[in-house]
Design a protein around this ligand. Sequence first.
Ligand code: ADP
Length: 274
Amino acid sequence: LDERLKLRGTGDELDQLAHTINGLLDRIAAYLQQKRDFLANAAHELRTPLAAIRSSIEVSLEGHRLNQEDSSMLEDLIDQSTSLEVLVNQLLLISETEIGQWAHETEHVELHEVVARAVEMFQGVAEVSDIRLNQGAVCHATVPGSRRYLRQVVNNLIDNAVKYTRTGGKIVVSLEEVPHERRVKLTVKDTGVGIDPEDIPKVFDRFFRADRSRARTQSVQGTGLGLSICQAVVSAHEGTIRCQSVLNQGTTMEVFLPLTTEEAQSVDAGFHPA
Ligand code: ADP
């Protein structure tokens, strides 16, 4: 849309046509900008009241002696408002990726640190479900980009692996250089419920969720936005993401990201299997 039509010709008619089309492009660009602003503002405005609602319910739950029925109703309300907060935060992230916010936050991100922290952070929730979450081979890799957004990608992928893996399952997260290329590959491999072959191309679509009945528990929470955010962030970082999965056997998510130039030169020296 930033491109402007230039028609080569001598006639006034061609000039007029180019002028009309460019006017239309301007209007479409303005409309898209309004749409992005609306999403960002709506998500922003919803965040504070939602947090206030949740904390008021938490206070009521703690401060009063409630019967079983009332307290389980309030606990349910807390779950619902937490889900809404997750949704609103994800919408905010989507609007930020759409306006290219990450570009203002570019730094040299040490991806191995992001991975190590994420694996550590999810240990507790994996343990509760009796899932083994391990860090596999992890090389030192620095990529240009936004730490905050890349952390989101790694967290989303591990979060999904935990959510869609049954008790007793296994998850391995690894980071490896791609031979002969200035790219690094992040892999999150699980032995979970897997994805139906016909659903695999849809998992990156906004709001897509595969059949709920296959999830680890019936109550598995989700918005269907996580992987679409991952894809938007990865492509904004000039990378690619792909999903391989076998139903009832497991899923492997792979993210390829370009390394910073200096790191590309020294990545061989920095390989540290965990
Ligand atoms: P959600 O919030 O539903 O987890 P995502 O966008 O992260 O949304 O994922 C979309 C859908 O893709 C999920 O609802 C699930 O059906 C499927 N999916 C994602 N990751 C996995 C995985 N590791 N194993 C099995 N299914 C997965």
